[in-house]
Design a protein. Structure first.
Length: 394
């Protein structure tokens, strides 16, 4: 019996290691290209090393489950096609015993995945965003990708279509520094320099809409200067939900269960509004309930997002165990030796699982339907299918 278990588990591990290496290479090609581009653009090796150190481990949340699925389907499909499964059955070997060590290994991978998703991946998010705010202009903008809105600077959002050296092209600046008016600044190109903690933009072919609070019309200019004050002063990134580690996230969810601070904030805002609009008490009273209800709804949405994020991390980790439990009986049932059939089955299972996860993530703000519980639907479906398939193949 132990000889058979060692033989099956050895084949499984050989296939897993090969699949893991191939998938890791495929999923990190884009990351490698980005790292090479940073080096060629003159980004310091220290920053490149920090970026790579936090980015590579994140791919393991995908490569480990997918490698387990591929190896499960391919190995047991081959065993079935070579009639080795039938021979084991004729000798009285139960399928559950044959599956034992691959399933135990998958369980260990799920535990590892839970640690990666709760500790490594959030740390990677935090470090990458922190790098964007703490580096100098000459190297820091190399970490900012064109085609994305950059929200790391105080009271300013940036977008640029392309970059060459210290020149940004198709630049859009959303300026919120004036409390009386929000401005949109567009430029065909802009030279960027730094002075102390400030960033200076030398803008060409500029459109400013509006010019300022006193001049609400749009203004066109051939060239102008714009300064982002203290852009490099705050080197600390304000953590978002996906940047929080497990205990931080649990503590945040626990804190948000208490609405007391929200109510105090609303009361403070209402007191200010009362002082400003004392002439229209009736209208103000009609707005109080709306403001409170809106604040409560936003609060519940934020808490629902955090709870769904926590569930997502464990659902992603559970994929390792689910994929092995489903992949083994599917591989036996395929009755084909061709690897293309096994790959097609693996692809279908993985796409179905992750599509369901993404679907539940899209519902994370709908706190009425408890998306944090619906998030576990892919796991429940996978376990139900595994139980059915394993029972048929015993």
């Amino acid at each position: 019996m132990k000889t058979i278990e060692r033989y099956v588990f050895g084949s499984f591990m050989s296939s897993f290691i090969l699949a893991f290496l191939v998938l890791s290479f495929v999923l990190t090609i884009g990351l490698l290209v980005q790292i090479v581009s940073f080096v060629l653009d003159g980004v310091s090796l220290k920053l490149v090393g920090e970026f790579a150190a936090v980015s590579f481990p994140e791919t393991m949340q995908w490569t480990i489950p997918l490698a387990l699925l591929v190896s499960s389907v391919l190995v047991f499909s081959r065993l079935s096609a070579d009639s080795e499964i039938a021979a084991m059955r004729s000798c009285g070997v139960n399928l559950v015993m044959v599956m034992k060590w691959p399933v135990i290994f998958a369980l260990g991978c799920s535990i590892l995945g839970a640690w990666i998703n709760n500790e490594v991946v959030p740390r990677g998010h935090e470090v990458r965003r922190s790098l964007k705010t703490k580096v100098s202009v000459d190297t820091g903008l190399e970490m900012l990708e064109p085609g994305l809105w950059i929200e790391d600077f105080p009271k300013v959002k940036l977008y640029f279509g392309a970059k060459e050296g210290n020149w940004l092209y198709d630049l859009i600046v959303m300026d919120y520094s004036d409390s009386n008016v929000d401005r949109m600044i567009r430029a065909s190109k802009a030279g960027i320099t730094s002075e102390g903690r400030d960033i200076h933009l030398d803008l060409y072919n500029v459109t400013v809409d509006p010019l300022d609070a006193d001049h609400p019309q749009m203004m066109r200019m051939t060239r102008c200067q714009h300064t982002i004050k203290d852009a490099l002063d705050d080197t600390k990134y304000t953590k978002k939900g996906k940047d929080l580690r497990f205990f931080e996230l649990v503590e945040k969810i626990r804190e948000m269960k208490d609405f007391k601070y929200i109510e105090e904030k609303i009361e403070s805002e209402e007191a200010k509004a009362n002082a400003k609009n004392s002439d229209d008490e009736e209208e103000l009273t009609g707005g109080k309930k709306y403001d409170k209800d809106k604040a409560r709804r936003n609060h519940r949405r934020q808490r629902s997002k955090l709870k769904t994020e926590l569930s997502k991390r464990f659902v992603f980790a559970a994929a390792s165990l689910c994929f092995v439990l489903v992949g083994i009986p599917l591989g036996i049932r395929s009755q084909r030796k061709e690897s293309s059939i096994g790959m097609a089955i693996s692809l279908a299972v993985a796409i179905g699982y992750y599509l369901l996860v993404m679907l539940m993530m899209s519902l994370q703000k709908n706190y009425h339907i408890h998306p944090e519980y619906l998030m576990w639907a892919p796991v429940a479906i996978a376990l139900a299918l595994a139980a059915r398939f394993i029972a048929k193949n015993r």
